[in-house]
Design a binder for this molecule. Structure first.
Ligand SMILES: [Zn+2]
Length: 99
């Protein structure tokens, strides 16, 4: 009986020590596990109509930023960025001509 109590006490003590020392590591692992458990979803790109996967970790990132899920695949988002950059460059060039 005494030995049993000692074992219980030791297990509680060890757990508390481990909790204190590894708290941040444990927390991080829990977070990583959650991220990995989220299933990826398949979204159809609104531009090229191809299916692309929206990975679980990306969903967490989008949610944390308050973004809506992407409507376009990565290729089309890159294209859109290039078009936007080209437009901006053209506008800047026009402004220069107007002055
Ligand atoms: Zn696309």
């Amino acid at each position: 009986m005494k030995l049993h109590l000692l074992k219980v006490w030791l297990s509680i003590f060890n757990k508390e020590m481990a909790d204190n020392e590894n708290w941040n590591i444990v927390k991080k692992k829990e977070k990583d596990n959650k991220v990995q458990k989220l299933p990826g979803v398949t979204i159809t790109c609104s531009w090229c109509k191809k299916d692309f996967s929206f990975a679980g970790k990306d969903q967490v990132y989008y949610q944390s930023k308050g973004f809506d899920p992407p409507k376009k695949c990565k290729d089309c988002r890159d294209k859109k960025k290039q078009i936007a950059a080209a437009k901006q460059a053209a506008e800047v060039a026009q402004d220069d001509q107007n002055e």
